[in-house]
Design a protein around this ligand. Sequence first.
Ligand SMILES: Nc1nc2c(ncn2[C@@H]2O[C@H](COP(=O)(O)OP(=O)(O)OP(=O)(O)O)[C@@H](O)[C@H]2O)c(=O)[nH]1
Ligand SMILES: Nc1nc2c(ncn2[C@@H]2O[C@H](COP(=O)(O)OP(=O)(O)OP(=O)(O)O)[C@@H](O)[C@H]2O)c(=O)[nH]1
Ligand SMILES: [Mg+2]
Ligand SMILES: [Mg+2]
Lengths: 292, 281
Amino acid sequence: KITDKITSSFKKLRGHSVITDKNIDEALKEIRLGLLEADVNYKVVKSLVDSIKEASVGKEVLKSVSPGEQFTKIFNDELIKILGSETEYLNIKVSPPAVIMMVGLQGSGKTTTAAKLSKYLKEKEKRNPCMVSADIYRPAAIEQLKILSNQVKVGFIENSSQDVIEICKNAFKSAYNQGYDTLIIDTAGRLQIDDSMIQELKSIKSEVTIHETLLIIDSMLGQEAINVAKTFNDEVGIEGIALTKLDGDARGGAALSAKFITNKPIKFYGSGEKMDALDIFHPDRMASRILG
Amino acid sequence: NRKKVVIDDNTVNELQEALILSDVSFNSSERIIKKFKDGLKNQETEEEVNNEFFLGILQKEISAMLDRDDLNINFEPGGLSVFIISGVNGSGKTTTIGKLANLIVSEIGKKVMIVAADTFRAAAISQLEVWAKRVGVEFFSNESKDPSSVVYSAIEEAEKKDVEVIIIDTAGRLGTNNDLMMELSKIENVIKKQMGKGPIENLLVLDGTSGQNALSQIEKFKKSINLTGIVITKLDSTSKAGFAISASYDYDLPIKLIGVGETLHDLLPFVPDDFSKALFD
Ligand SMILES: Nc1nc2c(ncn2[C@@H]2O[C@H](COP(=O)(O)OP(=O)(O)OP(=O)(O)O)[C@@H](O)[C@H]2O)c(=O)[nH]1
Ligand SMILES: Nc1nc2c(ncn2[C@@H]2O[C@H](COP(=O)(O)OP(=O)(O)OP(=O)(O)O)[C@@H](O)[C@H]2O)c(=O)[nH]1
Ligand SMILES: [Mg+2]
Ligand SMILES: [Mg+2]
């Protein structure tokens, strides 16, 4: 655990009155290693370690706490600065139907999260959501979303076309006409370097007003999290991020990298395959998870 | 015209950074760089000593860590070959099975049956059935919610139909879920009882975009079942799957296949030289 390593390398601060470059050097090395092992991007680690150093050096060593505790607090604070200090909600206080679009890499958990989110909106927010699948590529993708919509008992807009843009436009009309206040669009998984598939998302957004584009990130995502998040945000535009598979033991450093590069809030996280396994994101809990 | 090879710290740091950015674990990168630097001591060369020169040496070293003589897919010499495919949720198991069935049919000419033993996830059976139809192979599924029972019935059916290879699709699962890991070892045990021996291939499908958690998965799956190899998918992404080095070297598992896309033909044999070159692209 990073915190244990910090504590042991902090014994050096005992008897010192001020934090200096020298007496935290070892702790900073441990932090760097711990963050890399947590899959935080190399460049984000560098930046974070620099800001921890800046926030620490020259500070008086507090007598009331152990040096390790003092430093862990500084580290935790710098992590929270990146992750955000408050929970941010979906931008769906609009005239209905609010449209949410799920985007992300293949297998990240978009379809499952779409269904979980619809259940959340229905039960916790007393909304009347429906879903549509714009994934015309993956075998049985539409059937998968339809089965989940039946499980969580929300509306399902049947596909009207083989054209993704038409599917989304028609879904919006149907959602409006059928009195739904929220439409969740599930899209196919895609690589951020697949220009035509990124263009597909841009085209959807040019024809349908998307109030909330949510980037779904697998908590096991490695160093490329920074490039994936940056491209989806720069090219398509996202309003928020959701993490999945946090019921595993992935430390989830990808969350830090994605937030760092996009400055878009992490709003939800998935912690299981069942439809109730969706929670509001709490930055402080993520910080302790990354700290290990 | 031989001169001594000298490398500066900046270049070493850049090479290590490249490894880390490729999802090579920090510890692996330290060991690789140390061995690389030790190997350069007292080395002389007639070649130009530049970045290409260093990359070439580093790539050879990494390739050697990935190279093994058991990189091939194995088949049962005298009877039914049973393959189990397992891995974390969304890693690409079902798609890989479609591709693998295609590879076996077109390149080896054996009769294949694919078995839908993911009895849990919405539309998992339908998804696999689409792949079976695309490839033109036998497909087995039944109403049972117990994957072990599906496998048992599938093997009985396969023997009736002179199937030579059965490939079993399982539900995604996290290594940290004890119940699901027990379910997987139960499937393996059913096969052992029925066939008199374990599956000839027990492949772990790893998402190529993962970071260090891939190693934790290998560790947990290895504890529950007798893995024979690894498939790394999604190498058409910008991720480099540097964890493969530790997977192969520290966990002693051959990487047999790589997934490089979403169509039927996007499954290739793992080639250590190609992989180590791509790490630095
Ligand atoms: N354990 C766990 N599994 C999850 C979670 N979220 C999704 N999954 C599983 O991850 C797998 C992939 O989920 P999907 O919803 O199909 O992913 P997707 O992004 O829609 O995939 P594509 O459409 O192919 O890109 C499924 O097996 C899900 O049940 C989670 O929070 N925890
Ligand atoms: N780009 C790319 N996508 C892939 C590759 N292999 C699989 N996929 C995609 O990854 C997503 C998940 O694939 P699946 O085959 O459903 O994964 P799975 O492991 O069976 O998922 P679960 O059964 O839900 O655990 C799909 O969108 C696939 O098309 C690959 O090599 N490259
Ligand atoms: Mg999907
Ligand atoms: Mg599957």
